[in-house]
Design a binder for this molecule. Structure first.
Ligand code: PLP
Length: 384
């Protein structure tokens, strides 16, 4: 197996950073107490938990009591959707609005709710991969009780107008959730300023460990329990807290939030170079808006090839990129995100996603630009 030298799949996951590991270590070693225990070893863990919660809340612009630690983005999204739907139903509302290209952690729970009698409007994302506020306004009815629209898309990195949608929801008394798993650390996120009622985050996308994340809920009293069996986290998300993971998440969020402009200042020219150079390849098509996209994301379709085959060729050269989202790779289904933009199944299957982190170097981007055209040529020659 070849060694990965150049890692360009940071939307799938990121490497744990040294500062995060340092923040976690005390709680993996000597500080192993259960945060619910009354003796000092346990109390130390409880103090660390509260400190991490306060830090995450300050970064997001909310109260500590409104933060719930979870096992990651998938759990946060599931919890948000099922809880908000139950709360909407209690008010007699059965209509939900979302976008056509949310992560499956949103779409699958919504499918369950549709079977239970909810009606769901899937907003179009148009050719550029951006939800239009006018489409959203037209979709809202008196029966709308819940809206969930992601802050940035995981495959094409397009940034959505969440503050505007949140503002309309606030005026109309509708609960607004955003999946900020890909956006956080790339664009400023402040739940107060952006009118967000519920928000999902995942640690492993921002250099913390896998298996930790958070759910913010403005009206935390209204949150329905999701995991039952203990009094932890107000009984709404039971289970012994993962102190090391949570301490790491808080540190990862701190480091990411203070570095947004520094990271974008570094990545934007690299993204522009990638787009300019890869556009020169015949049959290349950039997926998603040219401007309204994260500085870290480039997504191209290269006519006539299989994205998966290109990924395997690049892997042999020690370069890691992806096609579609990590969660759907391995399945032959074309990405629902790309088909939502109007791509044909073949065009969607010919896509490659390149996602950078603050650790990505210009030399790595230059190397990809150097080898990619030749690898595409070889694949096209094989097809004939
Ligand atoms: N939401 C989005 C937008 C994502 O990109 C992902 C992961 O790819 C998730 C949710 C799921 O997060 P996790 O892997 O922490 O469960």
């Amino acid at each position: 197996m070849s060694e990965t030298r150049i890692y360009l799949d940071n939307a799938a996951t990121t490497a744990i950073s040294d500062n995060v590991l340092e923040a976690m270590m005390p709680w993996l070693k000597e500080g192993y107490g259960n945060a619910s225990s009354v003796y000092s070893l346990g109390r130390k863990s409880a103090i660390a938990l509260n400190k991490a919660r306060a830090q995450c809340a300050e970064i997001l612009g909310c109260d500590s009591r409104d933060i719930f630690f979870t096992s990651g983005g998938t759990e946060s999204d599931n919890h948000a959707v099922f809880s908000a739907a139950e709360a909407a139903l209690a008010k007699g509302k059965r209509h939900i609005i979302t976008s056509a290209f949310e992560h499956h952690a949103i779409l699958e729970p919504l499918k369950v709710l549709e079977k239970q009698g909810f009606s769901v409007t899937y907003l179009p994302v148009h050719e550029n991969g951006v939800v239009r506020v006018s489409d959203f306004e037209a979709a809202v009815t008196d029966d709308t009780g819940f809206v969930t629209v992601m802050a940035a898309n995981n495959e094409i990195g397009t940034v959505q107008p969440i503050a505007e949608i949140g503002g309309i929801c606030r005026e109309r008394g509708i609960t607004f959730h955003t999946d900020a798993v890909q956006a956080f650390g790339n664009i400023p996120i402040n739940v107060r300023e952006q009118n967000v009622d519920m928000l999902s985050l995942s640690g492993h996308k921002i250099h913390a460990m896998k298996g930790v994340g958070l759910l913010y809920v403005r009206d935390s009293a209204s949150l329905r329990p999701f995991i039952r069996g203990g009094a932890q986290q107000s009984g709404k998300r039971a289970g012994t807290e993962n102190i090391a993971g949570i301490a790491g998440l808080a540190e990862a969020m701190r480091a990411a939030a203070v570095n947004i402009s520094g990271k974008n200042g570094k990545l934007l020219p690299m993204r522009e170079k990638l787009i300019a150079e890869l556009s020169k390849i015949s049959g290349a098509r950039l997926n998603g808006d040219r401007e309204k996209r994260l500085a870290s994301n480039v997504n191209f379709s290269f006519g006539g090839i299989e994205g998966e085959a290109l990924i395997l060729r690049l892997d042999l050269l020690g370069i890691a990129v992806s096609s579609g989202s990590a969660c759907t790779s391995g399945s032959l289904d074309p990405s629902h995100v790309l088909t939502a933009l109007g791509l044909t199944k073949d065009e969607a299957r010919s896509s490659v996603r390149i996602t950078m982190s603050d650790l990505t170097t210009e030399a790595e981007i230059d190397e990809l630009i150097r080898v990619l055209p030749g690898e595409i040529e070889k694949l096209r020659a094989l097809i004939g």
